[in-house]
Write a protein that binds this ligand. Structure first.
Ligand code: ADP
Ligand code: MG
Length: 468
């Protein structure tokens, strides 16, 4: 449980760590946010893997040392989120947030939002955009061509404009990047334009808050009359939230009647959205539905090249191709791979090629000649965690069962390189996004949690033994 008591301790630890090197601390912790704190576990969120790796290497030992007396032996779990509501240090003021936030998370986030609302309107439009998510930084290939062209048209860059534009596809394939590119483009072309980019989650939170504060007029003004372009990210979040859906439905109609562009993103096609009323689903499908797919090898190589160029990472063509061949699932992981390699290479003073070769050799040599199957991995995981195969594949969401299942998915993905949908089917017909998030979660835990790492090592050993 999040208690004010621990929050105070957190802030003390922050202050003490910060005092060692204030300016660098502030720079890094503007990209870090406390999610929760309890005995044994601190959850942090950060903007990207680079911040996570740097903060873990340079600040966490000290911070944890100060937290130890309060929390005891504790793990640190990281989540990566593109938007942080209340970073430890605010980038503008470079000051940790003063008072402990109120315990209710909704009120808390609305509080952060109110602070943001007080900024001048022009800045507000840009405040939650990632400066790197521009059309110029987006690599176009067959997997995303249509979505890209449609996004450009929505931004007023020529071509027929469809309203709404519905962007869909798996996670990490560039939906948020395209949506924010639209926002940047519109603001560049028409600086006075009122562009609202919001996640469906934030839309929901703002709506609830406006209801509570009896400020629905303001809320509606912001999203209807006061809005020239509306971009709503991850609309699947509205599933089952009937009141918010209703409000969004009216917002949508008002804007479309006024011929204002609306762009919505989702991890599924409109018809596949769960617990979404038919009238919204049919509206989502009434303009253009454009999907983003997993990019082909050539596009992945081009993305790596562009990324390396932008971040001044030295990357030879050979290594780019090798990385693109070994990371196939999504662009976020592709970027994660190059960031990790670049960070390791710079910390060890090696070239990225040397680091890459090293990790590649480790990966290949851990794979064995005899082919093991998903079934083999499931069997080994079940016996390790003392579960039955039926339990592993069941809908049981009890923590220990869910964890074993996630580990099994992770191992299958690592060892067999099976596709996410394929694994979803092999694990009791689950959605591929479930497998993706399981794999990502275990990947993160493997880096931050020694206990999880120990389980994984032991399982790797057992699997190698079972391969004979
Ligand atoms: P989604 O919203 O679909 O989950 P994002 O838009 O957040 O995915 O993309 C994940 C990461 O991959 C971001 O850093 C983004 O810049 C990058 N990315 C995705 N597609 C491309 C692309 N075609 N060109 C360049 N970068 C991309
Ligand atoms: Mg996104």
């Amino acid at each position: 449980m999040k208690t004010p008591e621990h929050l105070t301790e957190w802030q003390h630890a922050v202050e003490r760590t910060r005092s060692k090197s204030p300016s660098s601390f502030e720079q890094w912790f503007a990209g870090v946010q406390l999610e929760s704190i309890e005995p044994g576990l601190v959850r942090l969120a950060c903007k990207d893997a680079f911040v996570r790796d740097w903060v873990s290497a340079h600040f966490l030992p000290e911070l944890r040392h100060h937290l130890e007396p309060v929390l005891g032996e504790h793990r640190v779990e990281w989540t990566i989120r593109s938007v942080l509501e209340r970073p430890v240090c605010t980038p503008a003021e470079r000051r940790p947030s003063a008072a402990p936030p109120p315990p209710d998370p909704t009120a808390q986030r609305a509080g952060a939002r109110r602070a943001r609302e007080e900024r001048p309107a022009r800045l507000r439009g840009l405040a939650n955009l990632n400066a790197k998510f521009t059309f110029a930084n987006f690599v176009v290939g067959p997997s995303n061509q249509l979505a890209y062209a449609a996004a450009r048209a929505s931004a007023g860059g020529g071509g027929a404009r469809y309203n709404p534009l519905f962007l869909c596809g798996g996670t990490g394939l560039g939906k948020t990047h395209l949506m924010q590119s639209i926002a940047h483009q519109v603001l560049a072309d028409r600086p006075g334009a009122r562009v609202v980019y919001v996640s469906a989650e934030d839309f929901t939170i703002e709506f609830i808050q406006a209801l509570q504060d009896k400020k629905m007029d303001e809320f509606r003004a912001r999203y209807r009359a006061g809005c020239d372009v509306l971009l709503v990210d991850d609309i699947q979040f509205l599933a089952g939230r009937e009141q918010t859906q209703e409000e969004f439905f009216h917002t949508f109609n008002a804007l479309r009647d006024a011929d204002k562009p609306i762009v919505v993103s989702s991890d599924k096609y409109p018809q596949q959205l769960q617990r979404m009323p038919e009238r919204l689903v049919s509206r989502f499908g009434s303009g253009l539905v454009a999907d983003v797919q997993v990019p082909q090898l050539e596009t992945r190589v081009a993305i790596l090249r562009k990324y390396a160029e932008r971040e001044h990472i030295e990357l030879t063509d050979d290594v780019a191709v090798l990385i693109a061949q070994s990371v196939q699932s999504n662009v976020r992981e592709l970027e994660g791979a190059i960031i990790r390699l670049a960070a390791k290479a710079s910390l060890t003073g090696q070239s990225i090629a040397t680091e890459f070769a090293r990790s590649e050799i480790a990966r290949v040599s851990s794979r064995s000649a005899t082919v093991i199957s998903v079934g083999d991995i499931q069997r080994v995981v079940c016996s390790h965690f003392r579960l039955s195969n039926a339990e592993l594949l069941s809908k049981d969401r009890h923590k220990s069962v869910a964890f074993a299942r996630q580990v099994a998915m992770y191992l299958c993905r690592q060892r067999l390189k099976s596709s996410f949908p394929e694994l979803g089917r092999a694990f009791g017909n689950r959605d591929h996004t479930t497998v993706m998030s399981a794999v990502r979660k275990v990947e993160q835990l493997a880096e931050t949690d020694p206990e999880v790492k120990a389980h994984l090592d032991e399982l790797e050993r057992k699997l190698s033994a079972s391969e004979g």
